[in-house]
Design a protein around this ligand. Structure first.
Ligand code: FDA
Length: 399
């Protein structure tokens, strides 16, 4: 039987970073992953360029049953800490939008950086390798049965990620292990995911597929209200784009309605009425000059108004109704594109059962959960990787 100080299960973003840090602290670390290719999620992330962090990261950018849980780890490992590491490895990057940092060339650079950091820490990696069982020992530590033999370790770190994109190695192994050791699981749900509608209800909008525009989207009420100003994309089956991905994470039930303002910079209900005095255009031309043409045509059809009618002859009430229908489009999705298309998992191992300082289980000493398997879910924009790095760093310091 081989002995290690730490076995890290899952060699994705959090597992690689935790193993490297623990190794560099002088611990004997074994990193195990069941997939044949290393860190596929990093590879495909950010359209192949990995949005590896965000310049501005705080607890408000995360969802969790306990929104304060991530505070400690985020305070101790900041975006600047990760940026310094990236710079030390000579990786060129740029800021795209709202603080989002991407590699200039390829996400492979981040994977190579993590592999190099693991090599510096003398980390042993077994891949592909599966773990059949983890047994806590009475005097502390664990026995593990793996496909490469039995292993003993003082600590075990579970970094098996979330359920999205099963075809590249996602599994519920970490959740099952947590449940077996009596941890509470917050129901996992697809998040950062495109939303879908009944084909019949979506038929009037299906021709808009491919249209993208900046919108304001919101859901919920009071303290639970979430609101994003981002781009929305019409698809054949429903809605996608950053605005929809962001708001999808805040849906707690399938029948939860969204409110969409399709022209947040305009006040069409007022503007169209005011334009009557000076415009000699037809309604369709005037309305179409303020919105993407395809959208304007679809919204005129929904309002059952004649596009050829001179604006000056339109009733104020009709123009106000048309304008309001653009600014206040209430709709209730019927579902989402599921784990195949989700970028992250909402829910996971309950933060109630973990230390926010170290990510150690309160139920099984020596057992840790880090990264996406934990009930901490980031916004779109580099926040999920930042949680992977920060939770890994907090854990590695405590091992
Ligand atoms: P991660 O999924 O990275 O790693 C888990 C590892 O565990 C995998 O290697 C898996 O093979 C392994 N594993 C699973 N079960 C196992 C088992 N039973 N035994 C052994 N190993 C097992 N985030 C972001 O911040 N910026 C971005 O640009 C993107 N882009 C993006 C695009 C797409 C298409 C997706 C699907 C996701 C993103 N994300 C993202 C989210 C981000 O990829 C994700 O949050 C992190 O990779 C989570 O890191 P973890 O290490 O927790 O899991």
């Amino acid at each position: 039987m081989q002995g290690f100080d730490v076995v890290v299960i899952g060699a994705g973003a959090a597992g690689l970073f935790c193993a490297a840090q623990a190794g560099q602290r002088g611990l004997r670390v074994l990193l195990i992953d069941h997939a044949s290719r290393l860190a596929e999620k990093i590879r495909i992330s950010g359209g192949g360029r990995c949005n590896f962090t965000n310049r501005d990261v705080g607890p408000n950018n995360f969802l969790s049953e306990n929104p304060a849980f991530c505070r400690s780890a985020l305070a101790r490992f900041t975006p600047q800490d990760f940026i310094k590491l990236v710079q030390r490895h000579g990786i060129a990057f740029h800021e795209k939008h709202k603080g989002q940092l991407f590699c200039d060339d390829s996400s492979e650079r981040i994977i190579q950086m993590l592999v190099d950091e693991c090599a510096t820490g003398g980390v042993t990696r077994w891949q592909p390798c599966t773990v059949a069982d983890v047994r806590p020992l009475t005097g502390g530590g664990f026995d593990l049965d793996t496909s490469q033999g039995a292993v003993q370790a003082r600590s075990v770190v579970v970094a098996t990620g979330g359920l999205p994109v099963p075809k590249i190695g996602a599994s519920d192994w970490g959740l099952r292990l947590a449940k077996r050791f009596e941890h509470t699981i917050v129901e996992p749900r697809p998040a950062l995911v495109p939303l879908t509608f009944d084909a019949d209800r979506w038929a009037p909008f299906a021709d808009l597929a491919g249209l993208s525009l900046p919108v304001e989207v919101s859901t919920g009420s009071g303290k639970a209200r979430a609101r994003f100003l981002e781009d929305l994309l019409f698809t054949h089956r429903g809605l996608s784009g950053p605005a929809i991905l962001q708001i999808s994470s805040y849906r707690t039930a399938n029948d939860q309605p969204l409110q969409i303002n399709l022209a947040p910079d305009l006040t069409l209900d007022r503007d169209l009425v005011e334009a009557k005095a000076s415009s000699r255009r037809q309604l369709g031309t005037e309305f179409g000059s303020r919105l993407p043409q395809r959208l304007a045509a679809a919204w005129l059809a929904r309002a059952a108004l004649d596009a050829a009618r001179p604006l000056a002859e339109c009733r104020d009430a009709d123009l106000q109704r048309l304008g309001r229908s653009v600014h206040d489009w209430p709709l209730t999705p019927t579902g989402d594109e599921g784990w195949r298309k989700a970028e992250v998992m909402r829910g996971g191992v309950s933060t109630r059962d973990l230390s926010s300082q170290t990510l150690e289980s309160k139920r099984v000493p020596g057992l840790y959960f880090i990264g996406e398997v934990v009930d901490v879910t980031g916004w779109l924009g580099g926040y999920n990787f930042h949680w992977a790095w920060a939770s890994a760093a907090a854990c590695a310091q405590a091992l």
